[in-house]
Design a protein around this ligand. Structure first.
Ligand code: CTP
Ligand code: MG
Length: 233
């Protein structure tokens, strides 16, 4: 059984608005509740450490979030200024039963459309890897490098280029050390794999569905609303 850290302490600057995007309601519950439910429905998930911002998650939300947990424990811990800081705080908030070399998952609160089969594949293949693994999707668009004037300087080969998704699966202590090292070096790592890569590790890429998207702008929320409507037809 694997614990999950869910960073949810972001303010959603690109989304805009008063309420952080993970607390917006869609299809009868919050984005965060959808995310927690998609994780905890999996039999391999033991529980969740939810990393929240200082004034987030009002008491009213607690009952709704508990309902999404499929009877599994939900622990809370306050986050930090960056996503990496929040994940580091989440690692410290894991229960003592999670040993130093146990694998833990990290999954964005703002990524509610995680498929059971993808989580399955990540757990199975990631646990068999000495380092760990991440869900990722191959880049499908043609990539252009822009010049300072906005003109195209060239076309970049997209072979071997992947978009990093979450969840990402690493060992508790190795991930904590990697995040600590990045912070000490002043490098703002944007995912867990990047922290591990800086340590010389080579995490495995596990191909996941393209539609495990992160809600970044209002258009993404509309997309998720559409996905839910299709799901319940
Ligand atoms: N996150 C976090 N702590 C931070 C920043 C981000 O826990 N200091 C979380 C977000 O809540 C989100 C995930 O990390 O679930 C991915 O981050 P992102 O999509 O960038 O969310 P925000 O940082 O909230 O959005 P923005 O960058 O537009 O401000
Ligand atoms: Mg952000």
């Amino acid at each position: 059984m694997t614990w999950v850290i869910v960073p949810a302490a972001g303010r959603g600057a690109r989304f805009g608005g008063e309420v952080p995007k993970q607390y917006l309601q869609v299809g009868g519950r919050s984005v965060l509740a959808h995310t927690l439910a998609a994780l905890t429905v999996h039999a391999g998930v033991a529980g969740v450490v939810l990393v929240t911002g200082a004034q987030d998650a009002p008491a009213a939300a607690a009952a709704e979030l508990a309902l999404a947990m499929h009877g599994k424990p939900l622990l809370r811990t306050p986050g930090g200024a960056t996503r990496a800081d929040s994940v580091f705080a989440g690692l410290a908030g894991l229960p003592d039963t999670v040993r130093a070399d146990d694998f833990v998952l990290v999954h964005d609160a703002a990524r509610p459309n995680l498929a059971h089969a993808d989580l399955d594949a990540l757990l199975e293949r990631g646990r068999a890897d000495p380092v760990g693994a991440i869900l990722a999707a191959p880049v499908r668009d043609t990539l252009k490098r822009a010049g300072d004037d906005g003109g195209i300087d060239g076309t970049e080969p997209r072979e071997r280029l992947w978009r990093a998704l979450t969840p990402q699966l690493f060992r508790r202590l190795q991930l904590a050390r990697a995040l600590e090292a990045a912070a000490a070096a002043g490098v703002d790592v944007t995912d867990e794999a990047m922290a591990m890569e800086r340590q010389g590790a080579r995490p495995l890429l596990v191909e996941g569905a393209d539609d495990n998207f992160k809600i970044t702008t209002p258009a993404d929320l509309a997309r998720f609303e559409f996905v839910l409507a299709q799901r319940h037809r």
